[in-house]
Write a protein that binds this ligand. Structure first.
Ligand code: SF4
Length: 355
């Protein structure tokens, strides 16, 4: 088995309202404890042989490079991993603003694009990011990235309550000539709209979820950019209303079977472990490395021994659709998100059965 083991060693400076990774405390885990964790996975054997063919270790799964020792952590990840450690198109906006050496360091590592998430202009971005000053810092981060030859990729989350502000944000991006500046670097400007996942903190945003009737109110430019980004001809293939998805899902007699391209075991600041295609919630927990050890966690993973694993791999989607599907609902969903919302409802409504 090849896998990544990713630990939320230091947390995140933000408390985004859509965060699928949950608002856990910022843990401040010592490097020695992360090294111990890595050794538990590396030394795990079955039938006298190492169980993992390849292991990648990451010291974060919320904000990358948030702690001051971010360079040391990157070196540590590379030292402990037995395969190539990927750099994702993510970076710390918090650090970009406060640490002059950070953007040049990213560039040195070969980072070409960094994704920035916005929710509208100042009021909405600060609100949805859960941090005053977040919008101003994102705007500053755009300049810092450009100065260092890194392309800012803009992800915009619209809600039914923020549609007008998305148009204002579009005007701001036009006024600062962001597309032209990126084109001047010989690159295409990446920018797209996205919907939020209904897990973690994002579960509480359903009432203001983006609706079918909101689409025509958005700037055509952003719709076109979105279709280009997701390589599709129509927004209908990206998002459907719950009413539109329901007939298909009522007939779906196989489970959701959601999996990630690269399997990762996500370890929270208390050493609880979750697979990266589920939710960081007790009904997905595979065990605790300190209490149960890696062997028990792998056994639970292989035998799908958690309520989340069972809902994902064993219970047909139609069961959840019958129980939780809403006939008259024009909120927009990707299919996986809608089914994962039902999994969460099922777990929350049946805590005694699923715990
Ligand atoms: S979405 Fe990302 S940046 Fe926002 S709180 Fe969650 S981990 Fe932090």
């Amino acid at each position: 088995m090849k896998a990544a083991v990713i630990m939320d060693m230091y947390g995140c400076p933000n408390r985004c309202r859509h965060c699928w990774l949950r608002h856990d405390r910022n843990a401040n885990t010592p490097v020695e404890e992360f090294t111990w964790l890595a050794e538990q996975f590396k030394e795990y054997e079955r039938d006298g042989k190492p169980f993992f063919e390849e292991l990648i270790f990451n010291t974060w799964y919320r904000e990358p490079d948030y702690p001051d020792n971010y360079r040391e952590l990157w070196e540590l990840e590379n030292r402990l991993s037995t395969g190539k450690v990927p750099r994702f198109e993510l970076a710390s906006v918090w650090r970009l603003i406060r640490d002059k050496e950070y953007a040049p360091w990213l560039k040195e590592l070969g980072v070409e694009i960094v994704q920035l998430s916005l929710f509208g202009t100042e009021k909405n971005t600060d609100y949805f990011r859960g941090r005053k000053g977040a919008y101003r810092e994102h705007m500053q981060a755009i300049d810092i990235l450009l100065e260092n030859g890194i392309i800012p990729r803009i992800q915009i989350f619209p809600f039914s309550t923020t549609i007008d502000d998305i148009s204002r944000l579009y005007q701001v991006l036009k006024d600062i000539r962001l597309e032209e500046k990126v084109n001047d670097m010989g690159k295409e400007f990446p920018c797209f709209l996205n919907t939020t996942g209904p897990i973690g903190a994002g579960f509480d945003l359903e009432d203001i979820r983006f609706r079918r009737s909101d689409i025509p109110k958005l700037p055509e430019y952003l719709i076109e950019k979105t279709m280009k980004h997701f390589r599709t001809e129509s927004t209908d293939t990206l998002w459907k209303t719950e009413s539109e998805l329901l007939p298909e899902l009522l007939d779906e007699n196989s489970p959701l079977n959601e999996e990630s391209e690269i399997l990762a075991f996500m370890v929270d600041g208390d050493f609880n472990v979750y697979p990266n295609f589920g939710e960081i919630a007790e009904w997905w927990c595979l065990g605790n490395v300190r209490v149960d050890g890696v062997g028990r966690i792998i056994d639970n993973f292989i035998s799908r021994n958690s309520p989340g694993m069972k809902m994902n791999f064993e219970i047909p989607v139609s069961y959840f659709a019958r129980k939780y599907g809403k006939q008259d609902n024009e909120r927009l969903w990707a299919k996986v998100d809608l089914v994962q919302k039902w999994h969460r409802l099922e777990a929350m409504n049946n805590r005694e059965v699923y715990s």
